[in-house]
Write a protein that binds this ligand. Structure first.
Ligand SMILES: Nc1ncnc2c1ncn2[C@@H]1O[C@H](COP(=O)(O)OP(=O)(O)OP(=O)(O)O)[C@@H](O)[C@H]1O
Length: 779
């Protein structure tokens, strides 16, 4: 690692600024830094006009309303209000009013129509009352405003401002406003009026020690994140204090917000200094977040976007740069973004198109490397290296930015680097923790080495803060791990049986190849199970559609996603109950990440490896590696937490006939698709060459059917030979099988003995595939 770059003073300054942010001023004070936060009684509530003839108005009499304020939930759970700076281009009037309000806020004299006029008892100052908004102007339900009228109103408002006078409405309102019970807590009184606030808001006092802004606290309250997770508690203060952080915490433990919250805090702080919209438009991105997969990038954008959207008066612009979507659109987005999230390939593709984007990116305050061990490993190495190189390049090699102020100093020096993952290779972990020694020397010789890339990360501190939240436990607390042993050729049968054992479970099935994903998805669909596919050869839209369908709360609760390891990292899909490894994971880290798609955020979940006898030793070794620390701590006799699960053989034999049929149909369909694709390609090639094409002759000449792969080719040919009628026959037969419940030695006596809840079966509850008592997997 290079020498310390002496930026700690900056970090300290940043910290103190951040802390100051939380010291809010009083609405009535003359403090020029008044931030618009007021209590319920400081607001100028307007009585809601009710029609003269309203039958059954019930509790609506005396109802009051206010516009132009946001609800801000303080750490203690108390509700306060923030006078909103009007951003929407509703009408010209709105902007004038915003401007006026802004001026008053700056002057520290919040005394206009949104904010209540201090009562005679409260204050002796300020006779220059400005009546501000009228009911019609501020109501969201107001019909479109007549522009002539708007101008007229503006004039009269200016006049009013010049000649302040006691507003009649105000006096009237005071008369009609019901007396407030002094024991009534401000926050609660609002909650009683605002149903949404009552439903959505949660007590977030557990976050208080982290010193977050009211905006972020409100957002956390709305998102119902009542307390920080361990990784958030440990990392957020360190990041707010300006440190580089390497965070390691188990899957699903909330790492995204551990870096997302400080980024939004920084945005709010920066925004506080920029009031001018034009200035904002010219600004450059403040954070770049790199993710190894497109799906994860989309999810990060969604997660951080939700934090942003739920924070009052917070409108950070997020650009999502992933492959498969329009480059031009993403280029434009990047140019105006505050936070850039993307996969290294696409980020580099866009940055390297020029247009001064690299220069803009040099100003980032945060570089986040999520799933770092994956991103810093082979595959992504090249692009990450290019991006890092470009961000720190000092020479004028990049394309000049014509929009940019040429005198502006690149701020790359101020950049904080945040590196997160649930797993780190031992070597990488040691280096990141500052334990490995930097050997220095000729970097070009080490271009492919981790050391080289870490140097490129260019941490601001000599040693980043290494925060390992759970060094002992790699897997999530609520995860149960099991193994099902079966003959190598019967994995399909066992997979199907496991799925039947878990009828209303949302399940993610992992395979090691794209072709297996294609085959299994079709096979399960033919068995009438709601299976979806996800792999990297799918078109981006189809990938997103699969994830969306699988994760939608309204989707079938038994949904199955069959995926390659493209889904192993970071995907946060609510309610995945079970992860099945159809193919054993190739590495211990992959096992951790795949299994981490369930049992997230404190939930429970199951991970089951389907394993052929010859794979058992390898799988046991892999599990031992993952749990090494745990077993060492508990002594050598500690059993691995991988439970051996027994599938009832009767179940397997009962489902075998339907599986045989479904496999024939699937194999035939896939073989036909493949042969037709190959045939089309060859026919086109032959046409181009002007020769005759005969597939049999061609196969013969290629020696297909002989030698290596010949058996497979023969099988494919055979499978594709099934006629339409035969196929229809197979489908009909399969349908019949699927219509029958799997009868596990159930006699009528058994039925009447009450071991089956017939009514529940008729209601469609429980496992409707089985008839008879089925021992659960006890798992
Ligand atoms: N403080 C919190 N309280 C409750 N839920 C939270 C909190 N913070 C985050 N979550 C939720 O926890 C889930 C997992 O979060 P996240 O995706 O950030 O995990 P992760 O640690 O990055 O996992 P992985 O290592 O698999 O990428 C998300 O659904 C998120 O909404």
């Amino acid at each position: 690692m290079g020498q310390k770059r002496g930026r700690d003073a900056k970090a300290q300054a940043l910290q103190s600024k951040k802390r100051q942010k939380n010291t809010k001023s009083n609405p009535g004070s003359d403090d020029s830094s008044w931030d618009g936060i007021v209590g319920i009684d400081d607001l100028n509530w307007k009585e809601v006009a009710l029609p003269d003839r309203l039958e059954d108005a019930g509790g609506f009499f005396g109802l009051e309303e206010i516009d132009g304020v946001d609800i801000v939930r303080q750490g203690s759970g108390e509700v306060r209000f923030k006078v909103r700076k009007q951003r929407s281009p509703l009408n010209a009037l709105g902007q004038v009013l915003t401007h006026e309000l802004g001026k008053q806020a700056k002057a520290g004299k919040p005394k206009k129509s949104i904010v209540k006029t201090p009562s005679v008892e409260d204050t002796a100052d300020n006779g220059d009352e400005w009546s501000g908004f009228s009911d019609e102007e501020t109501k969201k339900t107001t019909p479109p405003v007549d522009q002539a009228q708007v101008k007229e109103d503006k004039k009269s408002k200016k006049k009013e401002k010049k000649e302040p006078k006691e507003p009649k409405k105000e006096a009237k309102k005071k008369e009609t406003k019901p007396a407030q019970d002094p024991s009534f807590k401000t926050g609660l009184s609002f909650a009683a009026l605002d149903e949404a606030a009552e439903d959505d808001g949660m007590d977030v006092s557990a976050w208080d020690t982290l010193g977050l802004s009211p905006e972020v606290s409100t957002s956390l309250s709305r998102l119902k994140f009542t307390a920080p997770t361990s990784v958030q508690k440990a990392c957020i203060p360190a990041i707010l204090d300006g440190h580089d952080v390497v965070g390691k915490a188990s899957t699903g433990s909330g790492k995204t917000l551990a870096f997302g919250i400080p980024i939004i805090e920084y945005y709010l702080e920066k925004k506080g200094k920029k009031t001018d919209e034009g200035e904002k438009d010219k600004s450059s991105p403040m954070a770049l977040i790199l993710s190894p997969t497109r799906e994860l990038a989309h999810q990060l954008a969604k997660h951080i976007g939700e934090l942003n959207a739920n924070a009052p008066d917070t409108d950070a612009r997020i650009a999502l740069l992933t492959g498969g979507l329009s480059i031009q659109k993403q280029q434009r987005q990047l140019a105006g973004a505050d936070i850039v999230i993307g996969t290294p390939g696409r980020v580099w593709e866009i940055l390297s198109t020029g247009q001064g984007l690299i220069r803009k990116m040099k100003h980032i305050q945060f570089l986040v490397v999520d799933e770092a061990d994956r991103l810093l490993s082979e595959g992504h190495f090249k692009e990450v290296e290019e991006i890092l190189g470009a961000l720190d390049r000092q020479e004028n090699g990049d394309i000049p930015d014509i929009d940019e102020d040429a005198t502006a100093e690149p701020e790359s020096d101020a950049r904080q680097t945040l590196v997160f993952s649930a797993t780190f290779h031992r070597d990488l972990q040691q280096k990141l923790a500052g334990k490995g020694r930097w050997t220095g020397g000729d970097l070009m010789d080490k271009k492919e080495s981790m050391e080289y890339l870490l140097k490129k990360l260019n941490f601001r501190e000599e040693k980043p803060k290494f925060i390992d939240v759970n060094p002992v436990q790699q897997m999530a607390e609520g995860l149960k791990e099991g193994i099902v042993e079966c003959p190598a050729m019967e994995k399909d049968l066992y997979l199907y049986s496991i799925l039947l054992y878990h009828p209303k479970h949302r399940t993610l099935v992992f395979t090691n190849s794209i072709s297996a994903v294609r085959r299994l998805t079709q096979l399960l669909q033919n068995l009438q199970l709601p299976a979806l596919a996800l792999h990297s050869s799918m078109a981006q839209k189809a990938r997103l559609r699969s994830v969306e369908r699988f994760s939608s709360p309204s989707s079938n609760p038994s949904s199955i996603l069959v995926a390659t390891d493209v889904a192993a990292r970071g995907l946060d899909i609510k309610g995945i109950d079970c992860v099945i490894h159809y193919h054993a994971p190739r590495t211990a880290d992959t096992y951790v990440h795949r299994s981490g798609r369930t049992a997230r955020a404190g939930a429970i979940g199951k991970s089951i490896i389907i394993c052929a006898p010859e794979e058992v030793v390898g799988v046991a070794r892999l599990a031992a590696k993952v749990h090494a620390q745990k077993s060492n701590d508990a002594g050598p006799t500690k059993k691995l937490p991988l439970e051996s699960l027994e599938i009832d053989r009767r179940v397997v034999s009962r489902v075998r006939p339907r599986m045989t049929l479904a496999k024939r149909i699937t194999d035939s369909t896939l073989a036909k698709e493949k042969i037709s694709a190959e045939d089309n390609w060859l026919r086109t090639a032959a046409d181009d060459l002007g020769v005759e094409y005969d597939s049999d002759e061609f196969d013969e000449s290629q020696g297909k059917g002989r030698g290596r792969g010949g058996g497979r080719h023969q099988r494919e040919k055979q499978a594709s030979g099934i006629t339409k009628n035969e196929m229809a026959g197979l489908r009909a037969e399969l349908k019949q099988h699927l219509a029958q419940r799997i009868n596990i030695g159930v006699s009528e006596r058994y039925l009447t003995a009450g071991r089956i809840d017939i009514e529940a079966l008729l209601r469609g509850e429980g496992n409707d595939s089985f008839l008879g008592h089925l021992d659960p997997l006890n798992f």
